[in-house]
Design a protein around this ligand. Structure first.
Ligand code: ZN
Ligand code: ZN
Length: 306
């Protein structure tokens, strides 16, 4: 079984669920964000093409090369090896995802997934085509060093991502005690929210256990989530803009300073880092609209004074 086999088997079901969600919005006379949904589906097709033809062969080769230097070998004939791999992938996913919000070089890719201004099933696989450049795959190489084969790791990651499909909807309410253990639609709405108390929360893939251990868990309030998206970024339906706008912003910031230290921080500091702040803020998402406005003013003054 390959990642592609899993995908091919489930894609018709996923498309049916996306259509049913749209139909349900119609029945309830809620406005469904069709334009946004179609943009997400188009971006998923582009992602599949780029991933199959370009990035996946590279990722596989690197994983195979690292696997030669493994500490031991998990032959995957014992059930508990699969449980260990499941937890290993979840742990790696947690840190990959957390770093994707806290380091701008990774955020430049991951912000693509956060770009929809609504949460619907169609947005689940709005994924970046530049994740390989951001180095997301590096977080999973530890599994090969431990002794899990690249193939087993890829299957488990595909299943983890498949699970995450149903998280992207407003139609499923809070699910009682499950909220404290698993990643659920409610927990993931919190993750996609740009409201201050929800910023940089709930990074898990299928569980929220690591969020609770590492202090990044937040539960959804009874009134739900009101705002989704990326602070400081307008709605766009152009895949090229969505795929590359944070990279362009980063290049502009790097080009706008002569200080090597500042260039480095603009790339590898937190997404909201700017020379005007002594202490780096945690992420761009943690900035208020006022902060962003004053950063822009600072940038313009800095460029103007050159
Ligand atoms: Zn995220
Ligand atoms: Zn998501």
């Amino acid at each position: 079984m390959q990642q592609e086999d899993i995908l091919r088997a489930v894609i018709p079901i996923l498309i049916l669920l996306i259509i049913l969600e749209g139909a349900y919005y119609g029945v309830k006379r809620r406005t469904f964000p069709y334009k946004e949904a179609l943009t997400s589906l188009g971006m998923f097709l582009i992602y599949q093409l780029v991933s199959l033809k370009l990035t996946k062969p590279w990722t596989q080769s690197i994983s195979e090369w690292i696997y030669q230097y493994r500490l031991t070998t998990f032959d995957m004939t014992q059930w508990w090896h699969w449980i260990a791999l499941y937890l290993g992938v979840e742990f790696a996913y947690y840190w990959m995802h957390r770093c994707s919000h806290e380091i701008r070089w990774l955020w430049a890719s991951h912000s693509v997934h956060h770009s929809p201004h609504h949460i619907t099933l169609s947005g689940a696989y709005r994924l970046s085509i530049t994740s390989f450049i951001s180095g997301m795959f590096i977080f999973y190489l530890g599994l090969q060093i431990l002794g899990f084969s690249p193939k087993a790791g890829a299957i488990m990651l595909a299943l983890n991502l498949l699970y995450q499909f149903w998280l992207h909807t407003e139609l499923i309410p809070r699910l009682s005690f499950l909220e404290g253990i698993f990643n659920t639609p409610s927990n993931h709405r919190v993750h996609h929210s740009i409201e201050p108390e929800y910023i940089d929360k709930n990074y898990g893939g299928t569980l929220v256990i690591f969020d609770r251990i590492f202090g990044t868990y937040a539960a959804e309030r009874s009134e739900g989530v009101k705002k989704y998206g990326v602070i400081g970024k307008n709605e766009s339906f152009n895949p090229i803009v969505l795929f590359f706008r944070e990279w362009v912003a980063m290049a502009r910031d790097v080009g706008g300073t002569s200080s090597l230290k500042d260039k480095w921080k603009f790339c590898f500091g937190s997404p909201g880092w700017t020379p005007s702040k002594k202490e780096p803020v945690q992420s761009i998402a943690s900035l208020s609209e006022n902060d962003i406005h004053s950063f822009r003013e600072f940038d313009q003054k800095a460029v103007g004074s050159k």
